[in-house]
Design a protein around this ligand. Structure first.
Ligand code: KG4
Ligand code: ZN
Length: 365
């Protein structure tokens, strides 16, 4: 029986500065001792998206504090750690560099091993942190920066079945909100408006459904919303509250239908491998959407797979997932040295061709 391991994780690849301590006990149950997240929403609010230079500077300013708070909240000191894990990509390079340099500094000072973690692996391994799910499971990552289907086969072994070729769905929610004068982040705002809307009044496109693969596209959808909005404005001289609600509901339904249909295809590929306990997990901010969540849950019930959505704080960017992914790598014997590089792009599946596109939150894969 291996002794317990305690790992500090750092995350700074986008617009959240995070540090967390995760411990895996002798019984093998991982425990989050602390998880600190400093968001940067206010800093970017005037710019309509994440400004990489502002993000990098804010990470550099907040990382030390986040580490200190994570250690304090966990009542752990540096000497009790077994390793330091850090997001080494993919993401906005200035932010990734801030985290990697901070982790290297801590490792140089303490002599602790350094473990570089792929941010997407952090998301993809979260179902093991929260629910101890066994490999292989199907993972759908849907956020403002990511959108892909992965079969997780091992801590460092993932097969990508498909993903977005342009915008991520969260990005489409954010852009749609902007078009309709709603607050950022757009997802929750659009969802709230959609509650009072008629999803059938505007019929928006369901992109790429004519293609049999698991790839998605969301950039045309926001253009369709823009056209519909302009048409209503041209006809009536402005948008009523009901028009706006109907546009939101129609847009949300289009995203939900597209994700559900592509997920059906991904599940069928996954089920084709005869997993003994099939699990379909989601992560990312868009997984918070009630309509999308309900549609995916119903689909899983229909196909006989267990549906798993981690608590929201672990769906969105956080450092507990990085600490845990680092722990899995550490257990498998992985160690990185001071030559660990920060990578703007870092596909999880080295065998799949690169996805096109790079959104407001950095590279997609
Ligand atoms: O995972 P996340 O916090 O950050 C990254 O993008 O990495 O996801 C944020 C994204 C935003 O685009 C936000 O609009 C979207 O998730 N989002 C939602 C909802 N809550 C957050 N989209 C749809 N419905 C929601 N309820
Ligand atoms: Zn993320």
């Amino acid at each position: 029986m291996t002794r317990h391991l305690t790992i500090l994780g750092l995350e700074s690849s986008c617009d959240d500065t995070a540090a967390a301590i995760v411990r895996q006990t002798e019984e093998g149950t991982p425990e989050i001792l602390s998880s600190i997240v400093y968001g940067q929403t206010d800093l970017h609010a005037d710019f309509g998206g994440v400004v990489p230079e502002i993000a990098a500077r804010a990470h550099a300013e907040k990382l030390d504090l986040a580490v200190f708070e994570a250690l304090t909240a966990a009542q752990v000191n540096l000497t009790e750690l077994d390793a330091i894990a850090v997001t080494a990509g993919p993401g906005l390079i200035g932010g990734v560099l801030s985290g990697v340099m901070c982790a290297k500094g801590l490792c140089a000072a303490t002599g602790l091993p350094l473990i570089g973690v792929n941010h997407l692996a952090g998301h993809a391994l979260t179902p093991r942190l929260t629910d101890g799910v066994a490999f292989p499971y199907l993972m759908l990552l849907v956020s403002g920066g990511h959108c892909q289907y992965l079969i997780a086969r091992g801590p460092e072994e993932f097969s990508r079945l498909g993903g977005t070729i342009d915008d991520a769905p969260g990005e489409a929610f954010d852009k749609t909100a902007r078009l309709l004068g709603l607050a950022q982040p757009g997802g929750p705002a659009v969802e709230a408006e959609a509650r009072n809307g008629d999803p059938t009044r505007f019929r928006f496109p369901r992109p790429l459904l004519d293609r049999p693969d698991c790839n998605l596209s969301f950039s045309g959808l926001k253009t369709a919303v823009l056209r519909a909005r302009d048409q209503v404005v041209a006809e009536k001289g402005g948008l009523t509250r009901q028009d706006r609600a109907d546009l939101c509901a129609g847009f949300q339904q289009a995203v939900s239908d597209t994700l559900t249909e592509k997920t059906r295809r991904a599940i069928s590929l996954y089920m084709g491998e005869n997993p003994t306990e099939p699990v379909v997990a989601v992560a990312g901010g868009v997984a918070a959407n009630g309509t999308i969540r309900a549609a995916l849950r119903a689909l899983c019930e229909e196909t006989g797979a267990r549906f798993l959505a981690p608590p929201l704080a672990l769906c969105t960017d956080n450092a507990a997932m990085i600490a845990y992914a680092g722990l899995e790598r550490f257990r498998a014997g992985a160690r990185d040295g001071m030559e660990l590089a920060a990578r703007p792009r870092w596909p999880l599946d080295k065998t799949s061709p690169a996805l096109l596109g790079s959104g407001k939150k950095g590279a997609k894969a």
